[in-house]
Design a protein around this ligand. Structure first.
Ligand SMILES: *Cc1c(COP(=O)(O)O)cnc(C)c1O
Length: 350
């Protein structure tokens, strides 16, 4: 058995792969591949509608939020969001907690002013800043809920009256939280929702239409809402994989059920790393991510043995991000507890 700890694109449920493979050959007994049906057919419309409905249901969204499936990954949202929400003379507040947040800040500066309210750069982003003040007159407050590269995660939602915006690419739908408190959420699909090539944007309409600049159609959220995510050809197959993954999540009991499993996986792995001599998690205990576990191995000999054992036992994707070094083990929704048990045993036996 392969244990897939990849950071993204990453593991998806086996049944999602089976269903997706079937749909490539013969989609819903039409004799056609999902790759060759028109996106404006009733067939695909039903895929999109169900994916939107399931996303709303799993996030327990009230009636005020729209769910869009757009192109360009989370990286496009780094600029599309401020383009829609930030006037040139306005200031947006950002929390600087890692590589992705830093990129989001850089892109926002193209459109207006950015006030970085707090940063954990002083310690290589190994903790989440606390006690900062969010200015009440900023256009919005943006933060990254899970720092995929550095391995920190923010479970509690900051208190503020200004619109809250979050990049949830790597922990969306992994634990119960009040998604309704956010004015806008975006997430690349390839970590917890589905296949690369699509991202989900959840937003409240009332925040739109307030900027002075002209927007290209493809960049305008209002146009995407009007067109129901079909302003142009959507990433049909990637959206279908999202639908299958959302169905799977609902079937196993929804976000509350997966949260329990995710906690069990993270608890076991951190316990193992804390107990085993030579292994050293890099993140402050209270800010440890349940999705991406980052650690160092202090002895070169132990490191070699660890890598060899991983190779032998088909544990893949454990190498840390090139900017951080060390190791990173990703525990996204679809990763079974068995894989973490196997990794834990491997580490104890070194
Ligand atoms: C992976 C990731 C991104 C980048 O996503 P793309 O789809 O490659 O643009 C952005 N933010 C976070 C938190 C991520 O984990």
């Amino acid at each position: 058995m392969i244990h897939n700890f990849n950071a993204g694109p990453s593991i998806l449920p086996k049944e999602v792969f089976d269903e997706a493979a079937k749909a490539i050959l013969n989609f819903r007994d039409t004799g056609l591949s999902i790759l060759e049906i028109g996106h404006r057919t009733a067939l695909f419309q039903s895929v999109l509608d169900e994916a939107v409905l399931l996303a709303k249901e799993l996030m327990k969204l009230d009636g005020d939020h729209e769910v869009l499936f757009l192109h360009g990954g989370a990286t496009t949202q780094f600029f599309q969001m401020p383009m829609n929400l930030l006037n040139e003379n306005q200031t947006a507040a950002y929390l600087d907690c890692g590589t992705w947040g830093t990129k989001a800040i850089k892109e926002a500066r193209v459109f207006g002013n950015v006030d970085v309210v707090a940063s954990s750069k002083d310690k290589n982003y190994t903790y989440i800043p606390k006690g900062y003040v969010i200015p009440a007159d900023a256009a919005y407050f943006h933060y990254t809920t899970n720092n995929t590269i550095e391995g920190t995660e923010m479970y509690s939602i900051p208190e503020t009256n200004i619109p809250l915006i979050a990049d949830m690419s790597s922990d969306i739908l992994s634990y119960e939280t009040d998604y309704n408190r956010f004015a806008l959420i975006y997430a690349g699909a390839q970590k917890n929702i589905g296949a690369a090539g699509v991202n989900m944007v959840v937003l409240r309409k009332d925040i739109l239409g307030k900027v002075d600049r002209k927007l290209p159609g493809m960049m305008d959220y209002r146009k995407h809402i009007e067109a129901g995510s079909m302003l142009n050809t959507p990433p049909v197959f990637a959206i279908y994989v999202c639908l299958l993954t959302l169905r799977w999540l609902k079937k196993i009991g929804g976000v509350g059920a997966i949260e329990k499993i995710n906690r069990a996986k993270a608890d076991l792995l951190y316990k193992t790393l804390d107990e085993k001599e030579g292994f050293q998690p890099t993140v402050a205990k209270e800010d440890r991510s349940r999705m991406n576990v980052v650690f160092l191995i202090n002895e070169p000999e132990l490191e070699k043995k660890f890598l060899e054992a991983c190779r032998e036992q088909q544990m893949i994707g454990v190498k840390g991000h090139r900017s951080v070094g060390g190791y990173r083990v990703s525990l996204y929704n679809a990763l079974p507890l068995e894989s973490v048990k196997a990794l834990s045993e491997l580490i104890y036996q070194l």
